[in-house]
Design a protein around this ligand. Structure first.
Ligand code: NDP
Ligand code: GDR
Length: 372
Protein backbone atom coordinates (compact mmCIF):
# COMPACT_ATOMS: atom_id res chain seq x y z
CA UNK A 1 0.00 0.00 0.00
CA UNK A 2 1.42 3.42 -0.95
CA UNK A 3 1.67 6.08 1.76
CA UNK A 4 1.14 9.77 1.05
CA UNK A 5 1.73 12.77 3.29
CA UNK A 6 -0.29 15.91 2.53
CA UNK A 7 0.46 19.30 4.07
CA UNK A 8 -2.59 21.59 3.91
CA UNK A 9 -4.94 18.61 4.06
CA UNK A 10 -7.67 20.76 5.68
CA UNK A 11 -7.64 23.18 2.72
CA UNK A 12 -9.57 23.08 -0.54
CA UNK A 13 -7.05 21.05 -2.57
CA UNK A 14 -5.94 18.91 0.36
CA UNK A 15 -9.46 17.65 0.91
CA UNK A 16 -10.04 16.71 -2.75
CA UNK A 17 -6.59 15.13 -3.01
CA UNK A 18 -7.09 13.07 0.17
CA UNK A 19 -10.38 11.76 -1.30
CA UNK A 20 -8.67 10.85 -4.57
CA UNK A 21 -5.75 9.05 -2.89
CA UNK A 22 -8.05 7.10 -0.55
CA UNK A 23 -10.06 5.99 -3.61
CA UNK A 24 -6.79 4.81 -5.16
CA UNK A 25 -6.02 2.67 -2.11
CA UNK A 26 -3.35 4.86 -0.47
CA UNK A 27 -2.77 5.26 3.23
CA UNK A 28 -3.16 9.03 3.58
CA UNK A 29 -1.47 11.10 6.29
CA UNK A 30 -2.35 14.75 6.63
CA UNK A 31 -0.89 17.60 8.67
CA UNK A 32 -3.42 19.81 10.41
CA UNK A 33 -2.77 22.91 12.48
CA UNK A 34 -3.88 23.26 16.02
CA UNK A 35 -6.72 25.80 16.15
CA UNK A 36 -8.96 27.05 18.92
CA UNK A 37 -12.00 25.61 17.18
CA UNK A 38 -12.60 22.71 14.78
CA UNK A 39 -10.85 23.24 11.43
CA UNK A 40 -11.42 19.91 9.70
CA UNK A 41 -14.82 20.64 8.06
CA UNK A 42 -13.49 19.88 4.57
CA UNK A 43 -12.27 16.40 5.56
CA UNK A 44 -14.82 15.42 8.21
CA UNK A 45 -16.69 13.28 5.66
CA UNK A 46 -13.61 11.08 5.13
CA UNK A 47 -12.62 10.91 8.80
CA UNK A 48 -11.80 7.39 9.96
CA UNK A 49 -11.80 6.30 13.58
CA UNK A 50 -8.09 5.93 14.44
CA UNK A 51 -9.04 3.06 16.77
CA UNK A 52 -10.32 1.03 13.83
CA UNK A 53 -7.98 -1.72 12.61
CA UNK A 54 -7.68 -0.62 9.01
CA UNK A 55 -7.88 3.17 9.23
CA UNK A 56 -6.17 4.60 6.13
CA UNK A 57 -6.69 8.32 6.83
CA UNK A 58 -4.58 9.74 9.64
CA UNK A 59 -4.11 13.31 10.83
CA UNK A 60 -1.04 14.67 12.62
CA UNK A 61 -0.75 18.01 14.37
CA UNK A 62 1.93 20.11 12.74
CA UNK A 63 3.01 23.36 11.19
CA UNK A 64 5.20 24.31 8.26
CA UNK A 65 7.11 26.70 10.52
CA UNK A 66 8.23 23.86 12.83
CA UNK A 67 11.27 21.93 11.59
CA UNK A 68 11.45 19.29 14.32
CA UNK A 69 7.73 18.58 14.04
CA UNK A 70 7.94 18.11 10.25
CA UNK A 71 11.03 15.91 10.53
CA UNK A 72 9.40 13.73 13.18
CA UNK A 73 6.23 13.26 11.10
CA UNK A 74 8.33 12.47 8.03
CA UNK A 75 10.27 9.85 10.04
CA UNK A 76 7.09 8.26 11.39
CA UNK A 77 5.29 8.14 8.04
CA UNK A 78 8.19 7.50 5.62
CA UNK A 79 5.90 8.52 2.78
CA UNK A 80 6.21 7.39 -0.84
CA UNK A 81 4.73 10.73 -1.90
CA UNK A 82 4.65 14.16 -0.25
CA UNK A 83 2.21 16.79 -1.51
CA UNK A 84 3.17 20.20 -0.14
CA UNK A 85 -0.14 22.06 -0.38
CA UNK A 86 0.07 23.92 2.93
CA UNK A 87 0.48 27.68 2.61
CA UNK A 88 -0.69 31.10 3.67
CA UNK A 89 -2.42 31.14 0.32
CA UNK A 90 -4.15 34.54 0.21
CA UNK A 91 -2.34 37.05 -1.99
CA UNK A 92 -3.89 40.18 -0.39
CA UNK A 93 -3.15 38.87 3.13
CA UNK A 94 0.49 38.34 2.17
CA UNK A 95 0.90 42.13 1.96
CA UNK A 96 -0.33 42.33 5.57
CA UNK A 97 1.79 39.41 6.83
CA UNK A 98 4.80 39.18 4.49
CA UNK A 99 7.27 37.68 6.95
CA UNK A 100 4.93 34.92 8.11
CA UNK A 101 4.03 34.20 4.49
CA UNK A 102 7.73 33.82 3.63
CA UNK A 103 8.32 31.53 6.59
CA UNK A 104 5.46 29.18 5.66
CA UNK A 105 5.37 29.41 1.86
CA UNK A 106 9.13 29.56 1.19
CA UNK A 107 11.09 28.14 4.14
CA UNK A 108 8.34 25.60 4.89
CA UNK A 109 9.14 23.93 1.57
CA UNK A 110 12.85 23.87 2.37
CA UNK A 111 12.08 22.29 5.77
CA UNK A 112 10.22 19.44 4.09
CA UNK A 113 12.89 18.84 1.45
CA UNK A 114 15.61 18.88 4.11
CA UNK A 115 13.63 16.43 6.27
CA UNK A 116 13.50 14.02 3.32
CA UNK A 117 17.24 14.38 2.76
CA UNK A 118 18.20 14.26 6.45
CA UNK A 119 16.27 10.99 6.84
CA UNK A 120 17.88 9.46 3.74
CA UNK A 121 14.52 9.20 1.97
CA UNK A 122 15.60 10.99 -1.22
CA UNK A 123 15.45 7.80 -3.31
CA UNK A 124 12.09 6.72 -1.91
CA UNK A 125 9.99 9.85 -1.38
CA UNK A 126 8.55 11.78 -4.32
CA UNK A 127 7.77 15.46 -3.72
CA UNK A 128 5.07 17.68 -5.23
CA UNK A 129 5.25 21.46 -4.74
CA UNK A 130 2.11 23.59 -5.12
CA UNK A 131 3.49 26.29 -7.38
CA UNK A 132 1.29 28.99 -8.81
CA UNK A 133 0.44 31.16 -11.79
CA UNK A 134 1.11 34.11 -9.45
CA UNK A 135 4.80 33.48 -10.30
CA UNK A 136 4.07 35.09 -13.69
CA UNK A 137 2.62 38.23 -12.01
CA UNK A 138 3.41 41.03 -14.42
CA UNK A 139 3.14 38.75 -17.40
CA UNK A 140 6.06 38.57 -19.83
CA UNK A 141 4.32 36.38 -22.44
CA UNK A 142 0.75 35.31 -23.23
CA UNK A 143 -0.37 32.60 -22.77
CA UNK A 144 1.94 31.58 -19.94
CA UNK A 145 3.73 28.24 -20.26
CA UNK A 146 6.51 26.35 -18.46
CA UNK A 147 9.20 28.46 -20.16
CA UNK A 148 7.64 31.90 -19.56
CA UNK A 149 9.83 34.11 -17.32
CA UNK A 150 8.53 34.83 -13.83
CA UNK A 151 7.80 38.31 -12.42
CA UNK A 152 6.14 37.90 -8.99
CA UNK A 153 4.00 40.79 -7.70
CA UNK A 154 3.29 40.01 -4.04
CA UNK A 155 5.06 38.68 -0.93
CA UNK A 156 3.06 35.48 -1.53
CA UNK A 157 4.35 35.11 -5.08
CA UNK A 158 7.94 35.94 -4.09
CA UNK A 159 7.82 33.28 -1.36
CA UNK A 160 6.40 30.77 -3.85
CA UNK A 161 9.21 31.68 -6.27
CA UNK A 162 11.73 30.49 -3.66
CA UNK A 163 9.80 27.24 -3.29
CA UNK A 164 9.67 26.73 -7.03
CA UNK A 165 13.44 27.05 -7.36
CA UNK A 166 14.38 25.11 -4.24
CA UNK A 167 12.28 22.22 -5.58
CA UNK A 168 14.11 22.38 -8.92
CA UNK A 169 17.41 22.67 -7.07
CA UNK A 170 16.86 19.57 -4.91
CA UNK A 171 15.91 17.64 -8.04
CA UNK A 172 19.11 18.69 -9.80
CA UNK A 173 21.46 18.61 -6.79
CA UNK A 174 20.34 15.39 -5.11
CA UNK A 175 18.51 13.55 -7.88
CA UNK A 176 15.26 13.71 -5.93
CA UNK A 177 11.94 13.13 -7.66
CA UNK A 178 10.68 16.64 -6.94
CA UNK A 179 8.40 18.65 -9.19
CA UNK A 180 6.30 21.79 -9.46
CA UNK A 181 2.71 22.01 -10.61
CA UNK A 182 2.26 25.60 -11.78
CA UNK A 183 -1.45 25.77 -11.17
CA UNK A 184 -3.70 28.55 -12.34
CA UNK A 185 -6.67 29.56 -10.17
CA UNK A 186 -8.94 26.67 -9.28
CA UNK A 187 -12.11 26.84 -7.28
CA UNK A 188 -14.97 24.72 -5.96
CA UNK A 189 -17.73 24.82 -3.35
CA UNK A 190 -14.89 24.15 -0.87
CA UNK A 191 -12.96 27.28 -1.87
CA UNK A 192 -12.03 29.59 1.03
CA UNK A 193 -14.75 32.21 1.54
CA UNK A 194 -12.46 35.20 0.92
CA UNK A 195 -11.19 34.23 -2.55
CA UNK A 196 -13.03 36.11 -5.24
CA UNK A 197 -15.23 33.36 -6.78
CA UNK A 198 -16.47 32.06 -3.44
CA UNK A 199 -16.93 35.57 -2.10
CA UNK A 200 -19.21 36.21 -5.09
CA UNK A 201 -21.23 32.97 -4.97
CA UNK A 202 -21.65 33.03 -1.20
CA UNK A 203 -22.29 36.78 -1.11
CA UNK A 204 -24.90 36.80 -3.88
CA UNK A 205 -26.67 33.74 -2.42
CA UNK A 206 -26.86 35.51 0.95
CA UNK A 207 -28.10 38.73 -0.68
CA UNK A 208 -30.74 36.78 -2.63
CA UNK A 209 -32.03 35.39 0.68
CA UNK A 210 -31.92 38.74 2.50
CA UNK A 211 -29.00 37.82 4.76
CA UNK A 212 -26.50 40.37 3.47
CA UNK A 213 -27.08 43.83 1.94
CA UNK A 214 -24.45 44.24 -0.76
CA UNK A 215 -21.25 42.75 -2.17
CA UNK A 216 -18.16 45.00 -1.88
CA UNK A 217 -15.50 44.16 -4.47
CA UNK A 218 -12.02 45.25 -5.57
CA UNK A 219 -10.66 45.09 -9.12
CA UNK A 220 -13.44 43.43 -11.12
CA UNK A 221 -11.55 43.95 -14.39
CA UNK A 222 -8.94 41.37 -13.34
CA UNK A 223 -8.72 38.46 -15.78
CA UNK A 224 -8.23 34.91 -14.53
CA UNK A 225 -8.03 31.40 -16.00
CA UNK A 226 -10.32 29.46 -13.61
CA UNK A 227 -10.63 25.68 -13.37
CA UNK A 228 -12.18 23.21 -10.92
CA UNK A 229 -10.07 21.94 -7.98
CA UNK A 230 -11.27 18.36 -8.54
CA UNK A 231 -9.70 18.35 -12.05
CA UNK A 232 -6.51 19.95 -10.77
CA UNK A 233 -5.77 17.50 -7.90
CA UNK A 234 -6.01 14.65 -10.41
CA UNK A 235 -3.10 16.28 -12.21
CA UNK A 236 -1.14 16.67 -8.96
CA UNK A 237 -1.25 12.91 -8.53
CA UNK A 238 -0.40 12.24 -12.21
CA UNK A 239 2.70 14.39 -11.92
CA UNK A 240 4.15 12.05 -9.28
CA UNK A 241 3.52 8.89 -11.37
CA UNK A 242 5.95 9.64 -14.23
CA UNK A 243 9.33 8.09 -15.05
CA UNK A 244 11.04 11.42 -14.46
CA UNK A 245 10.10 14.46 -12.43
CA UNK A 246 9.09 17.48 -14.53
CA UNK A 247 7.26 20.75 -13.97
CA UNK A 248 3.87 21.37 -15.59
CA UNK A 249 1.46 24.27 -16.12
CA UNK A 250 -2.10 23.33 -15.21
CA UNK A 251 -4.75 25.64 -16.65
CA UNK A 252 -7.81 25.66 -18.90
CA UNK A 253 -6.47 28.04 -21.56
CA UNK A 254 -9.48 30.37 -21.27
CA UNK A 255 -9.75 33.60 -19.25
CA UNK A 256 -12.63 35.76 -18.03
CA UNK A 257 -13.02 38.90 -15.93
CA UNK A 258 -14.22 38.92 -12.33
CA UNK A 259 -17.20 40.97 -13.62
CA UNK A 260 -18.15 38.09 -15.95
CA UNK A 261 -18.06 35.67 -13.03
CA UNK A 262 -20.42 37.96 -11.09
CA UNK A 263 -22.81 37.92 -14.10
CA UNK A 264 -22.80 34.10 -14.25
CA UNK A 265 -23.34 33.72 -10.52
CA UNK A 266 -26.23 36.19 -10.59
CA UNK A 267 -27.78 34.44 -13.61
CA UNK A 268 -27.70 31.13 -11.70
CA UNK A 269 -29.86 32.86 -9.09
CA UNK A 270 -32.25 34.20 -11.76
CA UNK A 271 -30.90 37.75 -11.36
CA UNK A 272 -30.07 39.90 -14.40
CA UNK A 273 -27.56 42.62 -13.58
CA UNK A 274 -26.66 45.94 -15.21
CA UNK A 275 -23.23 47.39 -14.49
CA UNK A 276 -22.61 51.14 -14.64
CA UNK A 277 -19.72 53.44 -13.77
CA UNK A 278 -16.17 52.22 -13.85
CA UNK A 279 -13.08 51.71 -11.70
CA UNK A 280 -13.76 53.19 -8.27
CA UNK A 281 -17.52 53.84 -8.63
CA UNK A 282 -18.90 50.86 -10.57
CA UNK A 283 -22.18 49.39 -9.30
CA UNK A 284 -24.29 46.39 -10.28
CA UNK A 285 -28.03 46.98 -10.22
CA UNK A 286 -30.74 44.33 -10.48
CA UNK A 287 -32.49 44.65 -13.86
CA UNK A 288 -34.83 41.68 -13.49
CA UNK A 289 -35.45 38.71 -11.18
CA UNK A 290 -36.80 35.40 -12.47
CA UNK A 291 -37.73 32.20 -10.64
CA UNK A 292 -37.87 31.89 -6.88
CA UNK A 293 -34.20 31.85 -5.90
CA UNK A 294 -33.89 35.52 -4.95
CA UNK A 295 -37.03 36.43 -2.96
CA UNK A 296 -35.27 39.32 -1.18
CA UNK A 297 -34.49 41.22 -4.40
CA UNK A 298 -36.37 43.53 -6.78
CA UNK A 299 -35.36 45.53 -9.86
CA UNK A 300 -33.38 48.63 -8.93
CA UNK A 301 -31.61 47.08 -5.92
CA UNK A 302 -27.86 47.66 -5.85
CA UNK A 303 -26.10 44.37 -5.15
CA UNK A 304 -22.45 45.24 -5.82
CA UNK A 305 -20.27 48.26 -5.14
CA UNK A 306 -16.52 48.83 -5.38
CA UNK A 307 -14.55 49.24 -2.16
CA UNK A 308 -10.94 50.35 -2.76
CA UNK A 309 -9.99 48.45 0.43
CA UNK A 310 -9.87 45.37 -1.81
CA UNK A 311 -7.40 46.87 -4.29
CA UNK A 312 -3.94 45.37 -3.87
CA UNK A 313 -0.70 47.37 -3.55
CA UNK A 314 0.48 45.60 -6.72
CA UNK A 315 -2.10 43.77 -8.83
CA UNK A 316 -1.87 40.82 -11.21
CA UNK A 317 -4.19 42.08 -13.95
CA UNK A 318 -4.27 39.11 -16.28
CA UNK A 319 -3.39 35.42 -16.27
CA UNK A 320 -3.92 32.90 -19.03
CA UNK A 321 -2.28 29.48 -18.99
CA UNK A 322 -1.19 27.17 -21.78
CA UNK A 323 -1.72 23.56 -20.63
CA UNK A 324 -0.39 21.98 -23.86
CA UNK A 325 2.47 20.13 -22.15
CA UNK A 326 0.12 18.55 -19.58
CA UNK A 327 -2.25 17.49 -22.38
CA UNK A 328 0.43 16.09 -24.66
CA UNK A 329 2.66 14.37 -22.08
CA UNK A 330 0.13 13.25 -19.49
CA UNK A 331 -3.13 13.23 -21.41
CA UNK A 332 -4.67 15.57 -18.85
CA UNK A 333 -7.69 17.63 -19.88
CA UNK A 334 -9.97 19.54 -17.51
CA UNK A 335 -13.47 18.02 -17.45
CA UNK A 336 -15.47 20.72 -15.65
CA UNK A 337 -16.07 24.11 -17.30
CA UNK A 338 -15.94 27.35 -15.33
CA UNK A 339 -19.67 27.88 -15.95
CA UNK A 340 -20.49 24.39 -14.57
CA UNK A 341 -18.29 25.12 -11.58
CA UNK A 342 -20.02 28.43 -10.94
CA UNK A 343 -23.43 26.67 -11.04
CA UNK A 344 -22.19 24.04 -8.54
CA UNK A 345 -20.87 26.74 -6.19
CA UNK A 346 -24.10 28.72 -6.35
CA UNK A 347 -26.20 25.59 -5.72
CA UNK A 348 -24.24 24.82 -2.52
CA UNK A 349 -24.14 28.40 -1.26
CA UNK A 350 -27.83 28.90 -1.99
CA UNK A 351 -28.64 25.73 -0.06
CA UNK A 352 -26.76 27.08 2.98
CA UNK A 353 -28.28 30.56 2.64
CA UNK A 354 -31.80 29.09 2.47
CA UNK A 355 -31.18 27.13 5.66
CA UNK A 356 -30.04 30.32 7.41
CA UNK A 357 -33.01 32.28 6.06
CA UNK A 358 -35.43 29.59 7.23
CA UNK A 359 -33.94 29.60 10.72
CA UNK A 360 -34.10 33.40 10.78
CA UNK A 361 -37.78 33.32 9.72
CA UNK A 362 -38.50 31.09 12.72
CA UNK A 363 -36.63 33.28 15.18
CA UNK A 364 -33.39 31.31 15.26
CA UNK A 365 -31.01 33.91 13.94
CA UNK A 366 -27.55 32.38 13.33
CA UNK A 367 -24.89 35.02 12.66
CA UNK A 368 -23.55 34.83 9.09
CA UNK A 369 -19.84 35.65 9.01
CA UNK A 370 -19.27 38.67 6.76
CA UNK A 371 -15.63 39.31 7.64
CA UNK A 372 -13.34 39.15 4.61
P1 NDP B 1 -6.21 26.76 1.10
O1 NDP B 1 -5.94 28.13 1.61
O2 NDP B 1 -7.61 26.29 0.94
O3 NDP B 1 -5.47 25.69 2.06
C1 NDP B 1 -4.22 25.97 2.62
C2 NDP B 1 -3.88 24.87 3.60
O4 NDP B 1 -2.61 25.18 4.22
C3 NDP B 1 -4.87 24.73 4.77
O5 NDP B 1 -4.99 23.38 5.12
C4 NDP B 1 -4.17 25.49 5.89
O6 NDP B 1 -4.59 25.09 7.17
C5 NDP B 1 -2.74 25.08 5.61
N1 NDP B 1 -1.77 25.95 6.25
C6 NDP B 1 -1.74 27.29 6.30
N2 NDP B 1 -0.69 27.72 7.01
C7 NDP B 1 -0.05 26.62 7.46
C8 NDP B 1 1.07 26.40 8.27
N3 NDP B 1 1.75 27.41 8.81
N4 NDP B 1 1.45 25.13 8.53
C9 NDP B 1 0.76 24.08 8.02
N5 NDP B 1 -0.33 24.23 7.24
C10 NDP B 1 -0.73 25.48 6.97
O7 NDP B 1 -5.41 26.62 -0.27
P2 NDP B 1 -5.77 25.75 -1.59
O8 NDP B 1 -6.20 24.42 -1.16
O9 NDP B 1 -6.61 26.57 -2.48
O10 NDP B 1 -4.34 25.67 -2.28
C11 NDP B 1 -3.42 24.62 -1.99
C12 NDP B 1 -2.01 25.07 -2.34
O11 NDP B 1 -1.93 25.38 -3.72
C13 NDP B 1 -1.52 26.31 -1.60
O12 NDP B 1 -0.13 26.14 -1.37
C14 NDP B 1 -1.75 27.43 -2.59
O13 NDP B 1 -0.84 28.49 -2.35
C15 NDP B 1 -1.47 26.71 -3.90
N6 NDP B 1 -2.17 27.20 -5.06
C16 NDP B 1 -3.54 27.34 -5.04
C17 NDP B 1 -4.22 27.71 -6.18
C18 NDP B 1 -5.70 27.88 -6.20
O14 NDP B 1 -6.21 28.52 -7.13
N7 NDP B 1 -6.44 27.31 -5.25
C19 NDP B 1 -3.48 27.96 -7.45
C20 NDP B 1 -2.06 27.75 -7.36
C21 NDP B 1 -1.45 27.38 -6.21
P3 NDP B 1 -5.94 25.70 7.87
O15 NDP B 1 -7.08 24.93 7.27
O16 NDP B 1 -5.70 25.41 9.31
O17 NDP B 1 -5.97 27.14 7.52
P1 GDR C 1 -5.65 35.23 -6.56
O1 GDR C 1 -7.15 34.89 -6.18
O2 GDR C 1 -5.15 36.48 -5.95
O3 GDR C 1 -5.57 35.12 -8.06
O4 GDR C 1 -4.87 34.02 -5.86
P2 GDR C 1 -8.36 35.78 -5.63
O5 GDR C 1 -9.57 34.99 -5.86
O6 GDR C 1 -8.09 36.28 -4.24
O7 GDR C 1 -8.32 37.06 -6.60
C1 GDR C 1 -8.51 36.95 -8.00
C2 GDR C 1 -8.64 38.34 -8.62
O8 GDR C 1 -9.87 38.93 -8.18
C3 GDR C 1 -9.62 40.27 -7.80
N1 GDR C 1 -10.63 40.74 -6.84
C4 GDR C 1 -10.81 40.28 -5.60
N2 GDR C 1 -10.19 39.28 -4.92
C5 GDR C 1 -10.62 39.03 -3.65
N3 GDR C 1 -10.05 38.02 -2.95
N4 GDR C 1 -11.63 39.75 -3.06
C6 GDR C 1 -12.27 40.76 -3.71
O9 GDR C 1 -13.16 41.40 -3.17
C7 GDR C 1 -11.85 41.04 -5.05
N5 GDR C 1 -12.27 41.91 -5.99
C8 GDR C 1 -11.53 41.72 -7.07
C9 GDR C 1 -8.21 40.24 -7.21
O10 GDR C 1 -7.66 41.55 -7.13
C10 GDR C 1 -7.52 39.32 -8.20
O11 GDR C 1 -7.08 40.02 -9.32
C11 GDR C 1 -5.40 32.70 -5.88
C12 GDR C 1 -4.92 31.99 -4.61
O12 GDR C 1 -5.58 30.75 -4.53
C13 GDR C 1 -3.43 31.76 -4.65
O13 GDR C 1 -3.06 30.92 -3.54
C14 GDR C 1 -3.07 31.06 -5.96
O14 GDR C 1 -1.68 30.89 -6.02
C15 GDR C 1 -3.57 31.87 -7.15
O15 GDR C 1 -4.97 32.02 -7.03
C16 GDR C 1 -3.28 31.19 -8.47
Amino acid sequence: MKRALITGVTGQDGSYLAELLLEKGYEVHGIKRRASSFNTQRVDHIYQDPHADHARFKLHYGDLTDTSNLTRIMREVEPDEVYNLGAQSHVAVSFEAPEYTADVDAIGTLRLLEAIRFLGLENKTRFYQASTSELYGLVQETPQRETTPFYPRSPYAVAKLYSYWITVNYREAYGMYACNGILFNHESPRRGETFVTRKITRGLANIAQGLEPCLYMGNINALRDWGHARDYVRMQWMMLQQQQAEDFVIATGVQYTVRQFIQWAAAELGIMLEFSGSGFDEVAVVAAVEGGKAPALKPGDVVMRIDPRYFRPAEVETLLGDPTKAKEKLGWVPEITVQEMCAEMIAEDLHTARRHALLKEHGYDLPVSLED
